[in-house]
Design a binder for this molecule. Structure first.
Ligand SMILES: *[C@@H]1O[C@H](CO)[C@@H](O)[C@H](O)[C@H]1NC(C)=O
Ligand SMILES: *[C@@H]1O[C@H](CO)[C@@H](O)[C@H](O)[C@H]1NC(C)=O
Ligand SMILES: *[C@@H]1O[C@H](CO)[C@@H](O)[C@H](O)[C@H]1NC(C)=O
Ligand SMILES: *[C@@H]1O[C@H](CO)[C@@H](O)[C@H](O)[C@H]1NC(C)=O
Length: 375
């Protein structure tokens, strides 16, 4: 009895929630407190591309975000992914020399805070994607080349943002650069395999047109990751990459460029590594690559870090069956699945009915992690 009281006093004093209220990784799975969790949901990913947050942006889209979160939550989903700066056309604010001024940092904190609090009230986690290389990101491109400009962004925008949002229960993690493969060449020869891209011959890499030395991309990721980890060590980080060619070693043309060695080697910053892989998998002419996660379980990749199925569309999968797709990723020991995309914009996108069918099919399962969670 006395022992019990001591334990209770301990729980009251230290607060179970403040200790446990963030997602962690153990044994290649996500945990929330003591529960293994599986994240099931959808990409939103934006309402007004690049302009949803900061400087008054959220007031215009808040009702759309809230109804999307309601919709995903009520159909059994527990996660969304949103894009923040994207190409940098709206946030952060730049001076005439390309330094981030920090003048919109507080508005970014306020806007994201509103969205994260609403998501928490509906038991929905949120991944925030900072940048994209899937198209050429003209307004922020200089950050890949100018270290002092990059550092101004990290110090005046990213670090204050990460610190201010660290206690938001819905914040699952930070996703740094979407699809670098779109902006890297197929012919970069480098003696260090981390930065050599010649294995990408005939892969489609570089479709955005303008290419950047892969070493510079990995350096930017390393500096971002280090900036975040140095102020909030428990933050979970990933980098959204197209697929197996750049994130695994399971095929002749595959090479994992996101290892701790490659990232630290590129940028030199010791805390600048990622915690899990975020993969995208689409078919080409109706077929998956033979190494697609939709054809294998997680253990096939012999990965040291978890893998999240971050983007796919049932409409162009081989099964054409949302229930099957969500269930396969769930039972295959991946850590989550997110359909592209809630707004149904563009060509290869799922309908809401399809993604809700997938989320609904697995919403009550627990064997490979709980989906029905309380934040
Ligand atoms: C670790 O994960 C594997 C695969 O899901 C599972 O079989 C094993 O029981 C887990 N170990 C622990 C200690 O949870
Ligand atoms: C890494 O981050 C920790 C805090 O998480 C900090 O104390 C440490 O100084 C950082 N290390 C380096 C080399 O920056
Ligand atoms: C979709 O997959 C599920 C298994 O997850 C199966 O029970 C169902 O019959 C499939 N539906 C169709 C139309 O093939
Ligand atoms: C999940 O549970 C809810 C309520 O607990 C129930 O209404 C629903 O039918 C279940 N769905 C499935 C697919 O088992």
């Amino acid at each position: 009895m006395i022992k019990m009281k001591v334990i209770l006093a301990f729980l009251v004093i230290f607060g179970v929630h403040s200790i446990d209220a963030f997602l962690t990784i153990r044994n290649n799975s996500f945990y929330y407190g003591e529960d293994r969790v599986f994240l099931s949901g959808a990409n939103i990913a934006w309402i007004n591309f690049a302009e949803d947050f900061g400087s008054g942006g959220y007031a215009k889209v808040r009702s759309s975000y809230e109804s999307a979160i309601d919709d995903i939550s009520s159909h059994g989903g527990n996660v969304i992914r949103v894009w923040l700066h994207a190409d940098g056309r709206w946030s952060p604010k730049w001076d005439k020399d390309g330094f981030a001024t920090g003048e919109d940092t507080q508005s970014l904190i306020d806007d994201l805070g509103l969205m994260l609090d609403y998501a928490a009230s509906k038991n929905v986690f949120v991944f925030i994607t900072l940048w994209t290389l899937e198209g050429t990101p003209k307004p922020m491109m200089h950050l890949y080349y100018q270290e002092d400009r990059l550092q101004s962004y990290l110090d005046r925008v990213l670090k204050p943002l990460v610190v201010a949002l660290r206690d938001k229960k819905a914040l699952a993690g930070w996703d740094l650069v979407n699809e670098p493969m779109g902006s890297i060449s197929q012919t970069q020869v480098d003696p260090n395999p981390c930065y050599d891209t010649t294995h990408l011959k005939d892969s489609g890499a570089g479709w955005a047109g303008k290419t950047i030395d892969f070493r510079l991309v990995l350096k930017l990721i390393n500096w971002h990751a280090d900036a975040i980890k140095s102020v909030v060590p428990e933050a979970l980080l990933s980098n959204a990459e197209n697929g197996e060619l750049l994130t695994t070693n399971v095929c002749e043309k595959c090479r994992d460029h996101y290892t701790d060695e490659c990232l630290i080697g590129a940028g030199g910053r010791a805390n600048g590594t990622i915690d899990f892989y975020a993969m995208h998998s689409y078919t080409w002419e109706g077929r998956f690559a033979p190494t697609s996660p939709f054809l294998h379980n997680f253990d096939f990749y012999k990965s040291k870090k978890p893998i999240l199925m971050q983007e796919f569309s049932t409409t162009i999968t081989e099964s054409h069956n949302a229930s099957w797709n969500y269930r396969h990723i769930y039972e295959g020991d991946y850590v989550g699945i997110m359909s592209w995309q809630y707004n149904q914009w563009g060509k290869w996108v799922d309908t809401k009915e399809s993604m809700f069918e997938g989320m609904g099919a697995i919403r009550n399962l627990t064997s490979h992690g709980k989906i029905n969670i309380k934040l």
